[in-house]
Design a protein around this ligand. Structure first.
Ligand SMILES: Cc1ncc(COP(=O)(O)O)c(C=O)c1O
Length: 436
């Protein structure tokens, strides 16, 4: 094994050379030096089961050999031309995206990240509609640029933000903490109807577009009820508003039954934005839309690295693997197994207050009997599981949601390992929680 810096040495350098707002999940962070399948390895050779996939990104497993082979082949052949020149990998990828996305979505703009995909989609939606205002949801996360930050309904990611003009937030479909204090069985989808209230009271009545994650990722796997997006789409159509499904986390089979999360709600979006799982760790993003919407902008648009041969070839290989290895089917089967295990675990730990999500996009919100978010305890559990060799994710507005969004190749044994590790970690905090 090549020699690596100790984690202490690396941390020292990191603190010196990386800006402090780039936070680490762990107080005692390993120095990860290698990844293979669903596992990560630190500088000491210790193995970790990766149940977070580098923030929902390593879709088909770390360093998948077929994907790596395609990347390496392309790196050796042609690395770059820019969007101003025609190459096969970009067009091949765009064709594959048209093939796997629902309805008549068929024209893509390929970017380097999810942030850029959202930026570009909003720009085109504004041009196509001739309107300006945008609706987003509370608790959302849409990226790191000024516009994407301003679309993000979570103050943690908006420090001293001078908000971009013309963005309005509707309540999200957060059934566990319903913004309207209703119960899902009798709420009449008040949250969906909030979109109409926002259009009527906060906008000109003619917003350009609404952007929403089918399941809010950073927000903590917040999963709307079955009829939610149908109701929202009906309202948007009444007001001539376009709809962007931000599938940066929910895409590529992660929710188990459909290639893209929004299809679980039986709704056809005007745009899908994507990134993360598309590249399996290689930097790439994209939006796809209809020919009619795409045609609305005929001015030149450049993205120097967007759809470059290496990232495009890599993404094409990822899509091939997802199909060939029945990755989506595995996400469904393993998701079901995971939900059963989590519900079983909840019998011992009632502070697992809300278990939600679809497929392998899962969140467990930790709260006491008064619904007070258990923030410090969540961090303790995540840290203890890591010491035990299991990487859990964390999220939610208050940081009290454990996020399980692993590479979609995991098996039942991996889930058993995760549940065992969570049990052990939660036993450590259970006593405190009960006496709170
Ligand atoms: C739903 C969603 N949209 C957009 C983004 C931004 O993607 P990127 O970090 O690739 O810019 C993220 C990142 O976490 C995301 O979760």
């Amino acid at each position: 094994m090549p020699s690596h810096l100790s984690r202490e040495e690396l941390k020292k350098k990191r603190d010196k050379y990386i800006i402090p707002s780039v936070k680490q999940l762990y107080a005692d962070a390993p120095n990860f030096v290698r990844g293979e399948k669903q596992f990560l390895y630190d500088e000491k050779g210790k193995e970790y089961l990766d149940m977070f996939a580098g923030i929902v990104t390593v879709s088909v497993g770390h360093c998948h050999p077929k994907v790596v082979a395609r990347t390496v082949e392309q790196v050796k052949t042609l690395q770059h031309t820019s969007t101003s020149f025609m190459t096969e990998p970009m067009v091949e990828l765009a064709e594959k995206l048209a093939d796997i996305t629902p309805g008549n979505l068929s024209k893509s703009f390929i970017t380097n990240s999810g942030t850029e995909a959202n930026e570009a989609a909003i720009k085109l939606a504004r041009l196509a509609s001739g309107r300006n205002e945008v609706i987003a949801l509370e608790h959302s996360y849409h990226g790191e640029s000024h516009l994407a930050n301003a679309l993000t309904g979570n103050h943690n990611y908006r420090p001293q933000l001078q908000p971009a003009a013309g963005i309005f937030f509707a309540a999200n479909a957060y059934c566990y903490r319903c913004p309207f204090q209703k119960h899902p069985t009798s709420c009449h989808l008040e949250c969906a109807k909030d979109v109409e209230r926002v259009i009527q009271t906060q906008t000109s009545g003619k917003p350009a577009v609404m952007i929403a994650e089918p399941i809010q990722g950073v927000g903590g796997a917040i999963t709307p009820p079955d009829e939610y997006f149908k109701e929202v789409k009906k309202i948007l159509e009444n007001y001539g508003v376009l709809f962007i499904a931000d599938e940066v986390q929910t895409g590529f089979g992660r929710t188990g039954k459909h290639m893209f999360g929004i299809s679980n709600w039986g709704v056809q979006p005007d745009f899908i934005t994507m990134a993360k799982g598309l590249g399996n760790g290689f930097p790439i993003g994209a939006f796809i839309t209809t020919p009619e919407i795409a045609d609305a902008n005929q001015r030149p648009q450049i993205n120097t690295f967007g759809g470059n041969p290496v990232s495009a070839a890599t993404a094409s290989a990822v899509i091939d693997v997802i199909k060939e290895e029945k990755i989506m089917e595995n996400a469904k089967a393993m998701g079901d197994y995971l939900f059963d295990g989590l519900n079983d675990l909840k019998k011992s730990f009632p502070f697992m207050a809300d278990i939600r999500g679809k497929g392998l996009m899962v969140g467990i919100e930790l709260a006491d009997e008064n619904k007070t978010p258990m923030v410090a305890e969540t961090q303790k559990i995540v840290e203890a599981a890591k010491d035990d060799g299991v990487i859990l994710g964390k999220g939610g507005l208050w940081g009290n949601v454990i996020r399980l969004k692993p590479p979609m190749i995991i098996n039942k044994g991996d889930i058993d390992t995760t549940l065992k590790s969570m049990r052990k970690a939660m036993e450590g905090v259970a006593k405190v929680a009960v006496t709170k």
